[in-house]
Design a protein around this ligand. Structure first.
Ligand code: SAM
Ligand code: SF4
Ligand code: F3S
Length: 445
């Protein structure tokens, strides 16, 4: 009987992507199949995140609950991967001795070997090294479901923003060879994938080599747009410092590049941006958005914000709200600053109370939600081409699709539309989604 695997992801899109790769690696090695229940699983993996304290502590809380399971079933394999694993290494086994394997984001392809070594030695195995890009050479071909797929094109981060743990957990920026990326996307297209999302911690820092020349994300996008079968291209997450003139121009030239960009700004105050070591000013950020919208009117923008960074004054925070008013964001990931041990900002004096920070966060989130709702209401009456992802979440007799600007539309339609494009008229804006009416399926558009 095939073994059952339970994986839980605690982190970002890269973390989700890595979880899929873990499933692929174990499927290739043991024929494991996924289960939604830890009680049924032969292997349980936690793919952890350490970007904020909460995320980190949740892992230990959930691990604690596995102890009993392991006592009843000593053959159960428990693994901890991801960014907490990378940072804590052996500490995890000390805090939770029933953990069998600890591995980092760059060593997940070694999982089968680590599990074998655990069995033969009887000792927990820990490998949190950074063997560069080796991982990609050892991953089996992805199992594709549906019309959209993620493709990791670079790993790590070399920016060292003063608040952030990621450069320490994921290592420095390394790009995959462009030939490998092109081969992977061609393979996906041959399996029916129409939409690719290029992934990387700072995906627009991508630097590949072709013959003797350096090639960038702009080149990669233009090349992928020529590939038969690929109809939509997305990328995430991008860094404002890497938003080059060449990349901005691509928005004017390549209609297959979607009209949505996630471009984290973090704050609307130059003082705070400097203390964060972000490497751009508010004016520079605004100039990027202005130039993008000049070549791509209607581009929808989403962002990340940190509220309550040490020393953030009321005036600094008001500047963030002003920026939001001025640019208009469709969505955001916004959180109260969480000090991460070992990062420079953790040593900064911070005299803003938790209450004030929470209140700032609520104001920011309300503003962005109101902007998003207004933007979605403006879409009513229009027709959108959506990639149909599957049954709708709340009402599974409906279908859910995603617009080019990354909004979810629920509508009634036949299941055969799943995995293809459909033309949908937007009829209403709901709290977080859109309601639509199916006009016609254009699977081969
Ligand atoms: N590389 C991307 C960038 O710079 O735009 C962001 C990747 S990071 C994993 C995702 C987000 O987590 C950041 O944009 C930031 O808003 C948030 N984040 C990182 N460190 C944080 C901290 N110490 N406290 C709160 N939020 C944090
Ligand atoms: Fe963290 Fe900054 Fe790197 Fe983004 S660019 S992952 S926020 S260090
Ligand atoms: Fe978390 Fe690591 Fe992603 S810290 S946000 S899982 S890069």
């Amino acid at each position: 009987m095939a073994k059952k695997l339970y994986i839980r992801s605690f982190g970002c899109q890269m973390n989700d992507y890595d979880s899929e790769k873990m499933a692929d690696v174990l499927h290739a090695a043991y024929g494991t199949e996924a289960t939604d229940s830890p009680d049924d699983a032969d292997i349980i993996l936690f793919n952890t995140c350490s970007v904020r304290e909460n995320a980190q502590e949740r892992v230990f809380h959930h691990l604690g609950r596995l102890r009993q399971l392991k006592e009843g079933r000593p053959d159960l394999v428990i693994g901890v991967g991801g960014c907490v694993a990378s940072q804590e290494g052996e500490t995890i086994v000390r805090r939770a001795p029933y953990v069998d394997v600890v591995f980092g984001p760059q060593t997940l392809h070694r999982l089968p070997q680590l599990i074998e070594d655990r069995r033969s030695s009887g000792l927990p195995q820990i490998d949190i090294s950074f063997p560069s890009i080796e991982k990609f050479d050892h991953l089996p071909h992805a199992r594709v479901e549906g019309g959209a797929a993620f493709v990791s094109i670079m790993e790590g981060c070399s920016k060292f923003c003063s608040f952030c743990i990621v450069p320490y957990t994921r290592g420095e920026e390394v790009s995959r060879p462009i030939e490998d990326v092109l081969t992977e996307v061609a393979g996906l297209a041959a399996q029916g994938v129409k939409e690719v999302t290029l992934l990387g911690q700072n995906v627009n820092a991508y630097r590949g080599r072709l013959a003797d020349a350096e090639v960038d994300l702009a080149f990669l996008i233009e090349t992928l747009a020529e590939m038969p079968g690929i109809l939509r291209i997305r990328f995430t997450t991008s860094h404002p410092r890497e938003m080059t003139a060449r990349l901005i121009e691509v928005y004017g030239r390549v209609p297959k590049l979607v009209s949505h960009l996630h471009l984290p700004v973090q704050s609307g105050s130059d003082r705070v941006l400097a203390a964060m070591k972000r490497g751009y000013t508010v004016l520079e950020y605004k100039s990027i958005v202005r130039r993008l919208r000049a070549v791509r009117p209607g581009l929808s923008l989403s962002s990340d914000f940190i509220v309550g960074f040490p020393g953030e004054s009321d005036a600094d925070f008001e500047a963030t709200l002003e920026l939001v008013d001025e640019l208009g964001f469709s969505d955001s990931y916004s959180f109260v600053y969480s000090p991460r041990p070992g990062t420079p900002a953790a040593a900064l004096a911070d005299d803003t109370s938790r209450e004030v920070k929470e209140e700032r966060l609520a104001r920011l989130q309300q503003k962005i939600e109101a902007q998003d709702l207004a933007a979605r209401k403006r879409m009513a009456g229009g027709v959108e081409r959506v990639l149909v992802e599957g049954p709708a979440r709340k009402n599974p007799t409906d279908l859910a699709g995603r617009t080019a600007c990354n909004r979810v539309v629920n509508f009634a339609g036949p299941a055969r539309l799943i995995g293809g494009y459909a033309e949908v008229e937007i009829t209403a804006a709901m709290a977080h989604t859109l309601r639509g009416e199916w006009l016609e399926a254009r699977e081969d558009a």
